[in-house]
Write a protein that binds this ligand. Sequence first.
Ligand code: TXA
Ligand code: MG
Length: 343
Amino acid sequence: MSEERHEGTEARRHKVDAACPRPEVIDRAAQLIRSGRLVAFPTETVYGLGANALDADAVRAIFAAKGRPGTNPIIVHVATLDAARELVREWPESADRLAASFWPGPLTFVLPKAACVPDIVTAGGETVAIRCPAHPVALALIRAAAVPIAAPSANRSNHISPTRAEHVLRSLGDAVECVLDAGPTASGIESTVIDLTSEPKRVLRLGPISPAQIADALGEPVQSGECPRPGVARSPGKLPRHYSPGVPLVLIRRGEFDSRKSPGGATVGWLALGDGPAREVSKLTRIDMPQGPAAYAARLYDVLHTLDAMHLEHIVVTMPPDDEAWSAVRDRLQRAAGLGAER
Ligand code: TXA
Ligand code: MG
């Protein structure tokens, strides 16, 4: 990156203290949102690329900046329950229960959309996805803008979601004019998406809130994994390769690394998970991942971004244990490997 370009990049990054965001920085960003421009901002999951959700032209600019297909709907972020209610035709009791348990937080509700939500936000569909994020900077921005904010993850379509402002700037380049930088995000993987329009209610995307937690709060079972219904768009985040980094990613079982043939002299990155040391592998970058699912999720995309920038020939990942607590992490790894398991 040239010096000039670097300076340009830095000018677009605005540091904010998550604990106490400076009102003048938030107000300037909110002003951009109100005037139809894009602002990247932190949430507790990943950074989002935000626009006024009620302004179809502004939302169109998100699709252009990301290179996102127009068939993939966008989540609308709100700061209050009242603001969420205004976006829907019906607000079921299930939404009240889930909001009481998990909002603000990493759970997105899919509900019948109100007429005020432009079609471009929902990719022409009859439902809208809504969430109230738990990050103080996101909430301050939404409140100051005084409009709901449509925001997908702030990365080029099909690339890894950003968990740091640097990732946003690297992925979107000049397409984003303002990034609020509050440091790394906490959860590290995208919100759980639950469809409240179907019976049983259905988890469309696994995430930090597990299906069991949702079922507990609702007092009824939920279905995990989508089953396409006629006339209802699939959640396109479920498509294979959605989260792929630029280098091939191979999943292995614990302890399998040594027995893999290392291609002669290949540069390899390895996300190990308590595996023993690798033998006779040169040009290996080994990263020892945290051994708990929440801490692993918080680091995953950051590590993949780092390895992605190293021009490796491939990345090897030791698959985490096959239990419920790891299901969202396994889901993202399978997608990154292009396996995109339907679940
Ligand atoms: O944690 C997150 O959810 C982050 C932060 C920024 O909030 N956002 C995020 O947005 O991950 P995105 O656009 O990268 O992923 C949104 C997912 C996609 O899989 C999309 O297809 C699905 O939500 N989605 C959006 N609206 C939907 C709808 N009306 N029905 C079904 N799925 C929907
Ligand atoms: Mg995304």
